[in-house]
Design a protein around this ligand. Structure first.
Ligand code: HEM
Length: 153
């Protein structure tokens, strides 16, 4: 990671602005991760092909393309910039954070693929399982925030 060390401090006076933008987009991203699986619970109660079904498909599509995907990309880009600025690569708290954020990104992949199935009329998960899955982003968020703020290791 020597080449990254040369970039340490590269954000200069912009550091706190980048951090503020990072946290703002984290809020948008996590809000999206909370809301879209909630939509699915309502969506899968509808009859495939009905007007209500089509309205949910459109709502979910908008939430994914306007909030989830752009917010996730911006959070990653700004977060990696902060990591380079701080020289955090290789530090344990940062490695753990990257692992948890990768799980969160995988969860978003699952959300996207389940949304595609719902839009094709498949309803594979029951509501209880969706509600349990929905707890994941909250738990991961709490752990990630502890890692960046407390830096326990
Ligand atoms: C997507 C990949 C991510 C990367 C690479 C990343 C990286 C970073 C880095 C390096 C910092 C700067 C820490 C400091 O200045 O002390 C930071 C700040 C922060 N990150 Fe992330 N982050 C990511 C995603 C997230 C997510 C998903 C959350 C919340 C769920 C989050 C919450 C925060 C918070 C609250 C801060 C501010 C900490 C402080 O006040 O110092 N980050 N992030």
């Amino acid at each position: 990671m020597q080449f990254l060390a040369d970039w340490q401090g590269f954000l200069g006076a912009a550091y706190l602005w980048v951090k503020a933008a990072h946290v703002t987009f984290v809020i948008f991203w996590i809000a999206g991760l909370f809301i879209v699986p909630r939509y699915y619970i309502h969506h899968q109660a509808t009859t495939p092909g009905s007007a209500e079904d089509r309205a949910w498909i459109e709502r979910e599509d908008k939430a994914r393309t306007i909030i989830l995907t752009p917010a996730m990309i911006i959070v990653w880009v700004l977060g990696l910039m902060l990591g380079v600025h701080l020289g955090a690569f290789g530090q344990h708290w940062f490695s753990a954070k990257l692992l948890l954020v990768t799980i969160l990104t995988g969860y978003q992949g699952w959300i996207t693929s389940y949304g595609r199935k719902l839009s094709k009329g498949h309803r594979e998960q029951n509501d209880k399982r969706l509600r349990i899955m929905n707890e994941l982003p909250g738990m991961l968020t709490a752990l990630i925030v502890v890692l960046v703020i407390v830096r326990p290791f």
